[in-house]
Design a protein around this ligand. Structure first.
Ligand SMILES: NC(=O)c1ccc[n+]([C@@H]2O[C@H](COP(=O)([O-])OP(=O)(O)OC[C@H]3O[C@@H](n4cnc5c(N)ncnc54)[C@H](O)[C@@H]3O)[C@@H](O)[C@H]2O)c1
Length: 337
């Protein structure tokens, strides 16, 4: 059983853990760390088309203590998987802002309704499990002030932001109404190994990496002056582990980096570190992107630092170097096979 005083990794030895979205980017990195820490891991993932879910993300792990259920987290059958589990990392979600505008009902189904069903199942079969949900900085919409702390109003400007906020707040309702140990982390832009690079719609960072690693120009919409803080995926897994502690129950935390960069600076760093011959170029805003752009954003993550002792450890250049090295060693992420 997880003991908060031993977190983050050692407390998972012998624990039974479910990772939803565990075939995706953040999920598969979480599964790997749990496996290394000695946990028994169950994955629930519906392999949503066009997203990051891929069985190859778990390649090389011994199959013995990792079970994979291909199902929506809202399915009844998931209940059997949740019984007796110590911790659930609830990372299932659809990430694309563009897709959420084209098919709002699907985004609401995946990010809100499925989570509603999962929580209801959990209340029935296992109220004692600790749950950490992945929310997003997208819930804030356009920042009124920077950096953005948790007291900033949530005014999402796209359907994805609305659906993720609903999913997050459902966790808080269940935490408070039923005294369940549920927390939610509002993640900023994440990058690193095992991200789906081939879509143009799962965030700008995977697109930047794909274009640099294939020597194509990185295209930046507008003047490239919008600023973002970016998180290396290992830091996200650390934050997820910290959020299983008692102090996190019923809490929502920002999880970001205290260093921000303009998109042009980010692109330049990725081009330079990968020695890409493609360079970068500025291009006019496509209207479907501009109407849901949030402008500059930087998270204030001092609450999680103060309450749970988490802080991002990886600086951008180190994270970019590790990311480039991973994709060079695993080139299938850059091809459509
Ligand atoms: N990547 C980022 O920059 C970022 C930023 C903020 C928040 N998040 C959140 O983190 C979580 C993981 O994102 P990711 O980048 O790893 O995405 P990803 O697409 O790589 O992984 C998400 C996984 O969830 C699965 N999934 C989606 N909806 C599901 C459902 N209802 N039932 C079962 N499986 C489902 C998909 O098949 C996929 O494998 C998401 O909830 C996302 O909203 C990600």
């Amino acid at each position: 059983v997880v003991n908060a005083s031993q977190l983050p990794d050692s407390g998972f030895s012998g624990a039974l853990v479910v990772v939803t979205g565990g075939l995706g980017f953040i999920g598969s990195n979480t599964v790997r760390r749990l496996h290394d820490a000695g946990a028994t891991v169950r994955v629930v993932d519906s392999l949503v088309e066009g997203h990051g879910g891929d069985r190859r993300n778990l390649a090389g792990l011994s199959g013995l203590d990792i079970e994979v259920l291909v199902a929506d987290i809202g399915d009844e059958a998931v209940g059997d998987y949740l019984e007796g589990v110590d911790v659930i990392f609830n990372l299932a979600g659809q990430v694309s802002h563009q897709a959420s505008m084209r098919d709002p009902a699907k985004d609401m189904a995946l990010n809100a309704m499925s989570h509603c069903r999962l929580l209801e199942t959990l209340r029935r079969v296992n109220r004692r499990a600790r749950v950490v949900h992945a929310s997003t900085r997208q819930v804030y919409g356009r920042a009124l002030r920077l950096p953005v702390d948790e007291s900033h109003p949530a005014n999402p400007i796209d359907v994805n932001g609305v659906a993720k906020l609903a999913g997050e707040q459902l966790h808080m309702v269940y935490a408070h109404a039923y005294e369940m140990a549920l927390s939610s982390l509002r993640l900023t832009n994440v990058y690193g190994p095992r991200q789906h690079l081939l879509s143009d719609e799962l965030g700008f960072l995977p697109v930047f990496f794909r274009r640099a690693l294939t020597n194509q120009p990185i295209e930046i919409f507008g003047d490239g002056e919008q600023r973002r803080d970016c998180l290396f995926v290992d830091d996200v897994v650390d934050a997820l582990f910290h959020a299983t502690s008692d102090a996190a129950a019923g809490r929502v935390y920002n999880v970001g980096h205290d260093q921000d960069y303009s998109l042009a600076e980010l692109a330049e760093i990725i081009v330079r570190r990968s020695a890409s011959t493609g360079g970068l170029r500025l291009t006019p805003w496509p209207p479907e992107h501009q109407r849901i752009d949030i402008g500059s954003f930087r998270s204030d993550s001092s609450l999680i630092a103060a309450e749970l002792g988490w802080k991002a450890q990886t600086n951008l250049v180190d994270g970019v170097d590790q990311t480039i090295e991973f994709y060079r060693a695993n080139p299938w992420y850059l091809s459509s096979i």
